[in-house]
Design a binder for this molecule. Structure first.
Ligand code: DSN
Length: 434
């Protein structure tokens, strides 16, 4: 529930003016407070980040950039955006930042517009292997207005790099197709990305390297994953995952000419007015990321993911690639039972207060609505204060529910009840901040 004074006052304001929405916000606050969030792309923002979004900065049009706006009255907005840009540059140790993209997909749209003409070819990992919609899915702008070619993972079980990026194949695909852009960075890849190797391949085939670090941005800033700089020409990211900011996007580069093209592509290319209340909140989140304690958070996030993966392996689950180097893991549920789908696992776990998402695994024979995999992540649990010991308990919760579900409805109902209570107790022990 909303325990901090600002949330409480927002709710009391809404209770009179819009009871329907007030009721739903209160219920969602309770859901977040009493469940364990294992979705790898989600997090819990601080009260400072949260409440900066709900300020008068939303009232303003500020099309353009600091010092060059198309509206009067932007004096404070210019200062807010400048602070956000400076902090973003400092976080990634790079020269240029555009903080206006409304989302990660918008950031990728703008980056593509800046770097490619319509129809031109780019290379990426396909969505079903861990990529993203905006990396060339055929219904997305990236697949409709450009020509994606995809590089593979190692699919042979006997290969020591099974399910990891096949860098030789990346090179072969790039040398054959000579893409304008080579894209790395993923939504469901549990291992370190070798940005240096990607840059060597990009140079060899004459491509520009774009690193979409949406998932691992906070780990990079916190020193728990190597940085894409100085290797990538352009870096895109969301701001709401491991960076623990408001929902939004960010584009970074060290190259002045590319920075100019990116600014033009974001506005007026793909967006109009920037969301200044969100940009202010990004600035607050970036300020938090620059504090020494954020390094501790990033390190603990990785340690927690490793502990969860190890505990699940001990319980008989197969984790793709055999584990994780970052904040997420993909559980191949077939290791437990051929009958178990990601869709069932997600549903059963949610009833017990464990929030996850079904996810395809490399070479998955099942379609995306069912999947053979479950994606789990540690960022939100780490924000809550959980450590390795609690991750072991989380693995027990997961195993208890899924094993019971495989036995039948009666067993599942009993296990759900028991684990739901244990999850509530753990949430009470590790309350959300505000
Ligand atoms: N939809 C996001 C995720 O869950 O990974 C990627 O943008």
């Amino acid at each position: 529930m909303a325990t901090d004074p600002i949330s409480a006052s927002v709710l009391s304001l809404l209770r009179d003016r819009d009871p329907a929405i007030a009721d739903l916000i209160a219920k969602e606050a309770d859901r977040q407070a009493t469940t364990l969030e294992l979705i790898a792309s989600e997090n819990h923002v601080s009260p400072a980040v949260m409440h900066t979004m709900g300020t008068c900065l939303t009232n303003k049009y500020a099309e353009g950039y600091p010092g060059a706006r198309y509206y009067g009255g932007c004096v404070f907005h210019d200062q807010v955006e400048t602070i956000a840009r400076d902090r973003a540059r400092q976080m990634f140790n790079c020269r240029f930042a555009n903080v206006q993209p409304h989302s990660g997909a918008q950031a990728n749209t703008a980056a593509f517009m800046a770097l490619m003409n319509p129809g031109e070819t780019f290379a990426s990992l396909v969505l079903k292997d861990g990529g993203h919609l905006s990396h060339g899915m055929k219904l997305n702008f990236s697949g409709r207005y450009h020509t994606p070619v995809h590089y593979p993972l190692h699919y042979e079980k006997s290969h020591p790099e099974f399910e990891r990026i096949d860098y030789d194949a990346v090179r072969a695909v790039c040398m054959e197709h000579k893409p304008k852009v080579l894209m790395c960075g993923y939504s469901a890849y549990p291992r370190i990305i070798d940005f240096r190797k990607f840059r060597e391949i990009a140079d060899a085939c004459g491509a520009l390297l774009v690193a979409d670090v949406a998932h691992i941005a906070g780990l990079i800033v916190g020193g728990a994953h190597p940085s894409p700089f100085p290797h990538a020409h352009v870096v895109t990211t969301t701001t709401h995952k491991t960076l623990r900011g408001p929902r939004g996007g960010l584009i970074l580069t060290d190259d002045e000419e590319l920075a100019k093209k990116i600014d033009k592509a974001v506005f007026p290319g793909v967006q109009g007015g920037p969301l200044m209340h969100i940009i202010a909140s990004k600035a607050v989140a970036f300020g938090e990321c620059l504090k020494p304690e954020f390094k501790t958070y990033a390190r603990q996030t990785v340690q927690n993911a490793r502990a969860l993966a190890a505990a699940l392996i001990e319980k008989g689950f197969r984790i793709t690639t055999g584990g994780t180097d970052n904040h997420l893991m993909l559980v191949d549920l077939r290791g437990k039972s051929d009958q178990l789908t990601g869709a069932d696992a997600e549903k059963w776990l949610e009833a017990a207060g464990l929030i996850t998402n079904k996810n395809g695994i490399p070479d998955d024979p099942r379609p995306p609505k069912f999947t053979s995999g479950l994606r789990l992540g540690s960022p939100a649990l780490t924000t809550r204060g959980l450590k390795e010991a609690e991750m072991k308990s989380v693995a027990v919760f997961i195993d208890t529910v899924l094993s019971a579900g495989l036995k039948g409805e009666g067993d599942l109902a009993a296990a759900t009840h028991q684990v739901r209570e244990q999850v509530r107790a753990m949430c009470a022990k590790f309350p959300l901040d505000g």
